[in-house]
Design a protein around this ligand. Sequence first.
Ligand code: UDP
Length: 343
Amino acid sequence: MLLVTGACGYIGSHFMHYYLAQAANRDQSLVAIDNLLLGHKESISPDIESRVHFYQCDIGDKKALGEILQKHSVHAVVHFAASAYVGESQEKPFKYFDNNVFQSLSFFESLLMAGVRKVVFSSTCATYGMPVRTPMDENHPQSPINTYGVTKLMVEEALRALALASGLSYVLLRYFNAAGASPSGLVGESHAHETHLIPLALAAALGGGEPLKIFGNDYDTPDGTCIRDYVHVDDLAAAHLLALKLFERDKMPEKATLADSNGLGAAFNLGTARGVSVMEVLKTIESVAGLAVPFSFASRRAGDPSRLFADAGRANNVLGWQPRYGLSDIVETALHWEKHRRY
Ligand code: UDP
């Protein structure tokens, strides 16, 4: 059985729904862990409730993990649980070292003690830091510029070490800008303190939020606003399922190996390879929703690179992954969620 951590968070909840919907066996279930500090139990909607063995606990709770792993025969793990606010990671670095690094290390120890050796890990393009070239491929230097990115890189390194020391197999998925919501309307993005562009822009357009502040219009980009690579959260979910299939092979395929990992692990960028500016996002909202986004220009946000977009060729070649959704779909599904959100 599959174990999912952070199962009630934004990406975890979409993966949980996607995984269960794709299962050939309609009785297929999974084990879900979330401490519910930021996650939403409501994401386990009535249609999937009977197929989710849910545990409210920290991933670093060795006693709870020991019991869960004894009760369920877990063959692989998708590890989403993490603190994921860049700004907060600068203000409270030790919270991020604790939640993202120490808790993960304790979790991996619990896994290894129970003989579980297959891990798909939620990583991020924030591990690369300032781009020295775009699009960014997986061999781009990793030099993060905030604590969040550092902690994700530390866990990547820990997995690499555990692959060499303990025979663990891992897949690192480095997300670019996750966005959108499930077309089912059952799950979507719901952060207590929203900082992301698309939900804030939609809230402003719908009149439920402050006018959007655009952080900088003097960047070296065609319209002066930052360029990002927005990838639909269900496309991310699909990539995790394909990553799990890699474990069915004896060894990671040659093309996917990291230079220093003895073929035990692989990293993949997940993005659309299409860079979109903040102003282009606003125009898409206007055309899809027929709503103007009230905005004003503000100063640059610290640590924002002018352009970030992925070379996702490896995910395409090795995993057979291809994003199905474009920016209009992202805006449409996010808008539907914003209007009819369940939580
Ligand atoms: N952004 C903005 N105003 C906001 C939030 C975000 O102008 O209120 C910009 C931000 O500077 C970046 C892009 O939108 O260029 C995406 O930011 P987001 O926080 O969604 O994701 P990030 O790229 O930081 O992971």
